[in-house]
Design a protein around this ligand. Structure first.
Ligand code: B4P
Length: 187
């Protein structure tokens, strides 16, 4: 199964991908986690990404594509993957198409998690208290929601036109949302 999880910040992409990987037996690839690992390691890429992420902006498409290409080339992706956090704009959606065509692994499905904005803000405020992530402060959350509306939301139409997109209601318990995603995937 080659799956993309789409949705605004706080919609549960990372949360559900971590659970789906057990069910689908494919790796969970979170571009946010890959970037946070670079930041934590203090690598040149991490140093570039740190400020951009903290203020809620998108890291450059070029950096993301290189990172993704090297991750998808690893052996554990041979049977598929769950992509969480990529693509985040139309240029990334095009780049992903090219990359997957090159490695002969077209997407099977794209799931969009729908959650109202007031609930997103509430969830991210909860995570700010629990985990203290650098980009969960109110100002960065506002920016991330704006970036989502401006840059990421158009990706929904891109996949709708392809006939591969399923909308899933992301409001409910973790188990309820997981069951809806699995049903949308025919599992
Ligand atoms: P991400 O790490 O992708 O962060 P996110 O969009 O906020 O979603 P995340 O997956 O972490 O949270 P979730 O909704 O699961 O990106 C962070 C930054 O990295 C970006 O702003 C950008 O700078 C950079 N970046 C990443 N990918 C990039 C790309 N492709 N291009 C450029 N830059 C990129 O969970 C949120 C909270 O909600 C959690 O506390 C969770 O417990 C809670 N929650 C989830 N489901 C719930 C439910 N059903 N009920 C109640 N709470 C729930």
């Amino acid at each position: 199964m080659r799956l993309v999880l789409l949705g605004p910040p706080g919609s549960g992409k990372g949360t559900q991908a971590a659970r789906l990987k057990e069910k689908l037996q494919v790796p969970h690839i979170s571009t946010g986690d890959l970037l946070r690992a670079e930041v934590a390691a203090g690598s040149p890429l991490g140093l570039q990404a740190k400020e951009v992420m903290a203020r809620g902006d998108l890291v450059s498409d070029e950096i993301l594509l290189g990172m993704l290409e090297s991750r998808l080339g690893r052996e554990d992706c041979a049977k598929g993957f769950i992509l969480d956090g990529y693509p985040r704009n139309l240029a990334q959606a095009d780049a992903l198409d090219g990359l997957l065509a090159k490695i002969g692994q077209p997407l099977d499905a794209v799931v969009q998690l729908d959650v109202p904005t007031d609930l997103l803000v509430e969830r991210l405020a909860g995570r700010a208290k629990a985990e203290g992530r650098a980009d969960d402060n109110p100002e960065s959350v506002r920016k991330r929601l704006q970036v989502y509306d401006d840059s990421t939301a158009p990706v929904i139409g891109f996949y709708e036109k392809r006939g591969v997109l399923a909308h899933v209601d992301g409001v409910g318990s973790l188990d309820e949302v997981l069951a809806r995603i699995l049903a949308a995937l025919g599992h």
